[in-house]
Design a protein around this ligand. Structure first.
Ligand SMILES: O=C(O)CCC(=O)C(=O)O
Ligand SMILES: [Fe+2]
Length: 148
């Protein structure tokens, strides 16, 4: 499909900006994280980390290792979400990631979740796939995570 065909996806997008605060990590419990392992729901997440406050880790499936993503000044981390994974039949995989506030003191981060136009359906396929809209997808993911 042509790139212009993606315009339905970006016509009137829903974006969420979260301001996150992770207190110092004091727990000795290895099962505890600032944010447990998850994949973001939507299209793309653009994440600003506080410089020097490492803590974000992404899972690398080939080696089954968790890799640290350094928090570098003026650098954004871009995460692929579940919606892209679904719409590209897994060609672009959503990253499994988690946060542990490893450095002393508080950690702040600012993720921006770009979900796309809630009425859009799969723009990568002529037949629109299963017809699920962005809104239906996000609601389904919220239901699964929080029983909403
Ligand atoms: O705080 C971070 O670095 C990542 C936050 C995150 O993964 C999320 O809010 O979905
Ligand atoms: Fe996330």
């Amino acid at each position: 499909r042509r790139i212009e065909d993606l315009s339905a996806l970006t016509a009137d997008p829903v974006t969420k900006l979260k301001l996150l605060h992770y207190p110092p990590h004091t727990s000795k419990d290895v099962r505890q994280f600032g944010a447990g392992a998850h994949r973001d729901f939507g299209l793309l997440t653009i994440l600003l980390q506080q410089p020097g406050k490492d803590g974000l880790q992404v899972f690398h499936p080939p080696t089954k290792e968790w890799l640290s993503v350094p928090a570098v000044e003026d650098v954004f981390v871009v995460n692929i979400g579940d919606l892209i994974k679904k719409w590209t039949d897994g060609q672009f995989a959503s990253t499994l990631h988690r946060v542990i506030n490893a450095v002393d003191g508080d950690r702040y981060s600012v993720p921006c979740f770009y979900e796309g136009d809630p009425t859009a359906t799969n723009p990568f396929r002529e037949d629109e796939g299963d017809g699920e809209t962005v809104e239906m997808h996000i609601r389904r993911k919220l239901d699964m995570s929080y029983g909403m």
